[in-house]
Design a protein around this ligand. Structure first.
Ligand code: ADP
Ligand code: MG
Length: 306
């Protein structure tokens, strides 16, 4: 089932000579993660504002499938949360005070509110800074607080606008693993970023924006390739072991290429390799192909329509 369907969407800011978005078509399944990538000014934040009901499309439609007979505004208010690009908390208040203030805006009982504050503090690993003033937090904690506030209402759909900008690698890792966990709980996620390598692990669909136009990437273009050169030619029986794994593998003489779509597949490959005890001369795990594709795409004008 779709979480939402965007059809022929166009948006033009008043007085702008060109549309900020045009010809956008996206169908996102419930529980999936959409990566929205593109350089500054390509229209990512504008699209999230439209999906959040903050801007009305100039033309085209946005349809939320599980509307439950609510108006669009009510549906979005109840089920959708946006983690904005800017910090959206009170710098003078502590982490807990911010969470308590923002949970008071949700329609929860006192007991439910307390539980929500505890749950999101735990999810976003904010406990150790709970009494610190928000303005004194590091960049990573500020981002996590921004995210925690959005999670307070336990949204079914979560939008994140560049949530890892200015974040150190450890905080970035914890934000990404939190997003994976949310996805596993069935939440639908839209995630904007400049950084392709960051989104490719958790995204099921990638839309690349350039000057307001979309290009739709197949994730096959983003899969990673494990290339191995062995000391000896591979035996047929050894190669046959791969038929049990759902990994696409190409073998020729002493070379093997495996197209890996997840960490689990990589670990399965590594397990087979370690059992085989074959001598490895060279091994290369290439994560750059999608980034390369993106760079090529941004340099050329090869926008493909849906
Ligand atoms: P991104 O989030 O990808 O950096 P934005 O959605 O913020 O891109 O911007 C898309 C385009 O719309 C840009 O050309 C930007 O200058 C323009 N834009 C954004 N906000 C406004 C606004 N409030 N008024 C006029 N133009 C805007
Ligand atoms: Mg933006």
């Amino acid at each position: 089932m779709s979480a939402f369907i965007i059809t022929d969407l166009e948006y033009r800011y008043a007085a702008a000579s060109v549309p900020a978005l045009q010809g956008i078509n996206i169908n996102l399944a419930k529980g999936q993660c959409l990566g929205l990538i593109g350089p500054n000014g390509s229209g990512k934040s504008t699209l999230l504002s439209i999906l959040s009901g903050l801007l009305t499309p100039t033309s085209g439609t946005v349809f939320f499938s599980q509307n439950d007979n609510l108006t669009l505004a009510k549906y979005v208010q109840k089920n959708v949360a946006l983690v904005p690009q800017e910090y959206a908390f009170y710098p003078q208040l502590s982490v807990t005070q911010n969470l308590e203030y923002f949970v008071s805006l949700c329609a929860f009982s006192y007991a439910e509110s307390q539980t929500r504050v505890e749950t999101v503090s735990h999810q976003c690993q904010l406990q150790e800074v709970s009494n610190q003033k928000a303005k004194f937090l590091s960049g990573g904690y500020k981002r996590r607080l921004n995210l925690a506030i959005a999670l307070l209402k336990d949204p079914q759909i979560l939008y994140l606008d560049e949530p890892t900008v200015g974040v150190d690698p450890i905080s970035r890792g914890s934000i990404l693993s939190l997003l994976s966990a949310l996805k596993n709980q069935g939440k639908t996620i839209v995630y904007t970023s400049h950084l392709l390598t960051e989104v490719q692990d958790i995204c099921d669909q990638i839309v690349m924006l350039k000057l307001g136009k979309a290009s739709y990437l197949s994730l096959d273009q983003g899969q990673k390739c494990l290339t191995i050169e062995f000391a000896h030619t591979l035996s047929v029986s050894w190669v046959e072991q791969f038929s049990g794994l759902s990994i696409k593998v190409e073998c020729k003489d002493n070379h093997l290429k495996a197209y890996i779509k997840s960490s689990a597949e990589l670990f399965a490959m590594m397990a087979l390799l370690s059992q085989s005890q074959l001598d490895i001369l060279n091994m290369h795990y290439d994560q750059t192909s999608l980034t390369q594709y993106y760079l090529n795409h941004m340099e050329n004008n090869d926008i493909t329509e849906y």
